[in-house]
Design a protein around this ligand. Structure first.
Ligand code: ATP
Length: 360
């Protein structure tokens, strides 16, 4: 088992609150990705789970055992660092076997276990080499192997792919996902890369200024962002976010701004400032004669169209805001011309402007 309960956890450094009252229940077998911009507190949170940093307040439970203040070596978790932290003077075999030596496992069992893990990660032919004689990708595998070797309840990984080139990163991403499946262990994985998060996570915890903005599956956070911050962080190109005003007419909520008219769900709304969000892939040029009761209709001037090969991206002005449209080629939008765009109701996101939280 490897359930980690993070309860009201905070960490302050002088006047900075790096982690601010975070609650996450990491389920056994989860691949939880801690995602967020630089400085949002991801590493601080991970280091507290590893026992490398003491919380200012709150609790950490590993399978019901309170490990909040337990030293790192007493926790049944293994950390993979961004720079791999291999011992340069030790061979790969000795690096892999190090955690077993610390645990005082007998030598024959340790050798057998190192062999087994090396086979699993396809590094058995490298056992006699020193870290400096390895490629970046091979070093990364040794670092992962050293974590696997003692069968911990949970793996904690701090941007383990950031030192690899783009191609190797993609391949290693798949390997880590496979490994997670095979081991069935709990992974807590720090990254600021949304592609890593979307492709690897069973759940994503999105952090901002030390606070938890949203916790959910990749589909949850992408399809139903809980705040303007989440909406703008995930997706490339980013979600279009336009200031608008919401009100209701005839028992239906409507949204309007210069060039934008949207008719939303039935209900009453006080007249209020909102942010309307629409992903670039959900905007399409309106077909002549099309008429829908609900959804958004946006009148724009097309300023530029970029060709990305398989698809095109158009930038358009609506009022004083630039919005982006993404569609397979050929996109029916032309530089320098006006156009009318539409989006279906199910693709509209509405946020309160002052709190930034999702409305509905
Ligand atoms: P990155 O993606 O850049 O690694 P992060 O999300 O991991 O960022 P943290 O390293 O956890 O962020 O830092 C969170 C905040 O805490 C930052 O404002 C950082 O400057 C501050 N901080 C982290 N460690 C310390 C420290 N030892 N002393 C003082 N401030 C710190």
């Amino acid at each position: 088992m490897g359930r980690i309960r993070i309860e009201n956890l905070s960490r302050k450094f002088a006047d900075v609150t790096a982690v601010d009252n975070i609650d996450i229940d990491v389920r056994d077998g989860d691949f939880l990705v801690l995602l967020g911009p630089s400085g949002c507190g991801k590493t601080t949170l991970l280091r507290m789970l590893a026992g490398l940093l003491e919380p200012t307040s709150g609790r950490i439970l590993l399978d019901d055992e309170d490990i909040t203040t337990a030293p790192a070596r007493r926790r049944d978790v293994a950390m993979v660092f961004q720079n791999y932290a291999l011992y340069p003077h030790l061979s790969v075999a000795k690096n892999l076997g190090f955690p077993l030596k610390v645990k005082k496992i007998d030598k024959a069992s340790a050798v057998a276990r190192v062999e087994e893990v090396a086979q699993q990660l396809e590094i058995a032919h490298l056992l006699e080499r020193k870290p400096k004689e390895l490629s970046g990708g091979q070093r990364q595998r040794v670092a992962v192997g050293r974590a696997i070797v003692r069968n911990p309840k949970a793996f904690l990984m701090d941007e383990p792919l950031s030192n690899l080139d783009a191609k190797l990163r993609t391949a290693t991403r798949r390997e880590l996902t496979d490994l997670h499946r095979r081991l069935g262990a709990t992974f807590v994985y720090v990254t600021h890369d949304q592609v890593e998060a979307m492709t690897m996570a069973t759940r994503i915890a999105l952090l901002n200024h030390g606070r938890l903005e949203q916790l959910g599956t990749p589909e949850d956070v992408y399809d139903r962002p809980a705040s303007v911050f989440v909406a703008g962080f995930l997706g490339s190109p980013a979600m279009n976010l336009v200031d608008a005003r919401a009100f209701s007419i005839g028992g239906r909520v409507r949204v309007s701004a210069e060039g934008i008219e949207a008719s939303l769900w039935p209900g009453e709304s006080d007249s209020r400032d909102v942010v309307l969000g629409i992903r670039p892939e959900h905007l399409t040029p309106l077909h002549p004669g099309a008429d829908s009761e609900t959804g958004a209709r946006i009148t724009v001037d097309v300023t530029s169209v970029e060709n990305l090969g398989s698809e095109q991206v158009a930038y358009c002005m609506v009022g004083s805001t630039t919005i982006c449209v993404r569609a397979p080629r050929p996109i029916a939008l032309h530089e320098g011309q006006p156009a009318v765009l539409s989006a279906e109701l199910r693709h509209l996101h509405l946020f309160d402007r002052s709190s930034g939280r999702r409305l509905e």
